[in-house]
Write a protein that binds this ligand. Sequence first.
Ligand code: IPT
Length: 981
Amino acid sequence: MSTDLPYYLDPAPGTGAVAPRAWYAGSDAARLSLNGSWRFRLSPTATAQDESFARPGFDDAHWDRLPVPAHWALHGHGAPAYTNHLYPFPVEPPYVPTENPTGDHRVTFALPEGWPAGGAPDSALLRFEGIESCAKIWLNGVELGVFKGSRLPAEYPVGALLRPEGNVLAVRVHQWSSGSYLEDQDQWWLPGIFRDVTLLQRPDGSVVDHFVHTGFDHRTGEGTLRVDAEPGGRVTVPELGVDIATGESLTLPVEPWTAETPRLYDAELATEGERIPLRIGFRTVLVEDGVLKVNGRRILFRGVNRHEFHPEHGRTVDLDTMRTDLLLMKRHNINAVRTSHYPPHPAFLPLCDELGLWVIDECDLETHGFVEFEGWKGNPADDDRWTPALLDRAARMVERDKNHPSVVIWSLGNECGTGRGLSAMAKWIRERDPSRPIHYEGDLSCADTDMYSRMYADHAEVELIGRREELPWGDPELDAKRRSLPFILCEYAHAMGNGPGGLGEYQRLFETYPRLQGGFVWEWIDHGIARRTADGTPYFAYGGDFGEELHDGNFVCDGLVFPDRTVSPGLIEYKKVIEPVRIEGEPGSGTVRITNIHDFADLSHLAFSWIYEIDGHAVAQDALAVPPLAAGESAELKLPVPEAAGQDGEAFWQVRAALREDTPWAGAGHEVAWGQWPAATALAAVDNPGPPLLAPRAGEGGVVVLGPGTFDAATGELKYLNGFQVTGLRLDVWRAPTDNDEAALSVPETRDALAWRTLGLHRMRHRIASVALTEDALTVTTRVAPAASDLGLRTVYRWTADAADGGRLHLAIEVIPEGDWKVPLPRLGVRLGVSGTLGDAQWYGGGPGEAYPDTRAASRIGLYASTVDALQTPYVRPQENGARADVRWVRLRREDGAGIAVRQGEGSPAFWFTARRWTSEQLDAADHTPDLAPGEVVWVNLDHGQHGIGSQSCGPGSLPQYRLAAAEASFGFTFSTLDGR
Ligand code: IPT
């Protein structure tokens, strides 16, 4: 483009760097990390300060200090800002605002002992792994060039400039540049030198670049190996007895690399001037017969989209954190990562090679903000002036990451519409590395790609695609091509807040149709930034919390782990849904069916066991011998009949599969999969007349006494259960809307929370129609309805107590909707308040974690205990959470053990149990976790029904079977009290 533009506005790529080349962790050539404490000065514009700071003699003593790598906005200079796809500046490419925070960085360093000063320019390289978004760099006063392409490396030849000591590196970083138009990913805008800075010694004859080519032929069991290198040298693989010249090909028997069996061979590349340790994995990736295969077999992605994020450091992520991410993924059965939406720190990929994950490596490219304009007008991805920058990014990704067996797919970028620049990238990548297929979601024609990829398609559409029966698209030739391609959901199951729901149904589709090769949950982590309130309470901030004039709120918190990497219920659900072993039994059956749904591994690495449980107690258990079924095989095994099988109580079989031995990602005994099913078929309900009932009697002071219950005679409201005060027991239909209920991106007609609030379900009124005392019951008839509406829920509470067991109080509820209800109910049940001293819960039912109708796969029937506080799931933006499914009974106790107990009513199904120290209304009103102040009361919800969760914060809502229609319902509970110790 026109050269009169300043460097940071010129759409051309950066300047001054050597050709991109393969990254490697280390070699025998010296390297010096320049990370550390640097001097820093922030200016409001790109040109507020002249460039004199680059001179070695410049005095920076009065400047602040800043750690490098870091984002200055997280160190007290300026502030982070969050937008999803909107550019936070006027769109007039390549221009950016005059207000352009510019950080000048300086560091002085000495060369280590033995490092020759001076020499040929290419005898030393100064390497930057990532700078956001544009920088001009000087060493010892000499300009090295301009860095662009934030999350990609660049190396500058500096050999001739180095001195033994007193070297001054100066870097001027602009937050905004032409590159910002290419980096419109959904995340915080965070400028800075956010990845490592290293000085690399490049001795004569050291490796300029190397490319490890491998393959694996599953028919012969042989691998192929060729290492191209510049300059040439030798490659040794001691374990295989290999010693070949670079450029020479070899075929020999090997064990293949897969994500399930990440077999790596240690090797070495030696040229005249350098020895580089290599870790070689043999595998072949290809699309064949409409299916993506590795080593001849179809693979299934159980994936996540991973942004790099740390709640204190932003995109400056250290090695421990990277490893933590991967260990957590592996422990939750995740086998694939899409590096959304830029190449990760280079050290992430060797960890993927080692631990075993399929990686879609995605280029640092997104121009999503142009979606705002008709036909993506002005989109740099379709503008020749920008093509060199796009090609530069493609090359820097491919060259850097080409030697990783874990990288099986190249992705051109995310949400860039379509365009010539993308086609040029695909063409270049295909020529440079034909061994990996190409992904890009944004072009529905799939003209440049090797797989059909979509985001957030609903189950029904995915099923059609699975059958290759999707609606025809565009020109017939391209349609035919696309129909012949494998399919992935590069994003699905938006993990924002409570959810995502509907994972299990997707998984069943993936396991049914070979074309559907799985998906990548959006996304791995909530990008909440760690902050404290004035009184020191920690919380996580999101969009708008930093005074941004334009922002997308908590849409940045949509991960399977919380910002501090605490596992959220969504990840536990996902782990269960994507188990690589299916363990199933029919209710009442002592036979288990075990199916190995790994793609490669047999079951010999797993140890199986069975447990026979009665009322939540394991009464018998033993190891279960399971044959080492090959991938895809299944077997039915008879379980032994335990002696305890005749005992009274509710019996369950549980079969578990755990790691037999320690692995690099989890210890022996780590549970990989499980199944649980009732050991007996449910007994048919016997229609017995029931015990004689106590008569309610009028007591002193306007009360009615019935068994342990004391009621207000006028209102029929329960006041006491023996000595325990009860408040506000009544029908409850409200829940604090989840992010998926809010569905902020959807059209208003489909947003549940909007429909609920419009109708007024958050402000229901209770009219007492009658309070009737009969011989054996207290019956309260009410109508529960919102103002201004003629819709209502006629609700009858019938209280009784057994004559034989006067210690229990039964509540039978009948709900009859009146009027034409078009809106589902958030929940249906009763809410009651009990003393805040009842802070310990114990229950028999689903657990240990939270569950909702379409997020209950991981909920296992058992005996559980938790404090009321620990029952809460602290979603970054407070919302409905913490329900436990299938609860048969629950006890809430004080410290001395006294308390109240609730069981499912006679003939009533198990219920949903929730307890919290605030009301749903308070939960609804809170924006951040510190807004929730524990009160004096524990509010308990006992629900007959819960509305599904779905994934409509970005994607489909809950499936029809999980929607809670306003319909006639009867259910009940039995209340009693517990004595103290
Ligand atoms: C999709 C984006 O690719 C991803 O970066 C993220 O923003 C996600 O949505 C929502 O969190 S794009 C959208 C148009 C579906």
